[in-house]
Design a protein around this ligand. Sequence first.
Ligand code: P6P
Length: 335
Amino acid sequence: ITENLALPVGTTLDRFIMRKQEDFPFATGELSQLLRDIALAAKIVNRAINHAGLTDIGGAYGKQNVQGEDQQKLDVVANIRFIRALRNGGEVCAIISEEDEEVIQTGNHKGKYIVAIDPLDGSSNIDVNVSIGTIFSVYRRLSDQGCEGTLEDCLQRGVQQVAAGYIIYGSSTMLVYTTGCGVNGFTYETSLGEFFLSHPNITIPTTGSIYSINEGSYNQFQPAIKQYVELCRERNYSARYIGSLVADFHRNMLKGGIYMYPSTTKAPNGKLRLLYEANALAFIVEQAGGKASNGSERIMELYPTDLHQRCPLYIGSTEMVEEVERLLASSEASV
Ligand code: P6P
């Protein structure tokens, strides 16, 4: 497919999707419609987040999700909004959500696609007005149309993704996504209710001087990770850790850097989930020229066995991720 044709900054998301669809001669428009459905839900969630301080929609919901984490009211609202938009859009037969233990069947048995989504990551930051995000992956179903989505449809490797993206609800709200032909960022203009192309062809610098990791867990890190953190300090890198994956990831995408959520003694497989966090960001970062690893393997080649499985995540500028992989490998070798 032709490389990313330069479209003028300021193109609306709708026009951009339509234009890109023309590049795929056999496209029939379902994926385009799915992306529009996600953008619609993003606008609705954005409005709820912006009013959180003024309505009773902030704070804890009073229940825990499948991860045992306290659900925030906005977690529940975001989950409902994205599921409803995807169900009504008709293109998706099944959804995996961080907020639901089981696969969510949409009833769209003719739907060609599966979506894995973290509807609102970092939501504990809402009440303190820190940027948060939505992360999503799109897969083509493996099973025949005409029936429910299967577990096999949902447990696909990241290399099978047909699209992935995130929405960052920050100082401005942006939708950043890829369909495998580069990464493009759209900024939301609330007065018009439109996303406009603002960051065409995002590429991540091959190296950087920003490292994102929760150094509060330093004593739980493997020796190689402690060694890498020491190196960052010696090199006077900037430590930037917001506690909100999408916000840290987005900054590192634009400026260069590495985000790390390693295996710790408390969380041997790390904290982040493969299906609706690591794989989506891995697809995006690779399309932007970066790298995503679990420390020894490419994230997108990991074989999922559980909807909510976790994996260590090292993601960002290629040279930085590769240095961590080398340190981990030599530490393994010396054991
Ligand atoms: P910790 C938020 O809960 C999240 O999933 C990511 O957004 C964030 O980077 C990470 O967890 C923070 O986890 O253990 O450092 O507080």
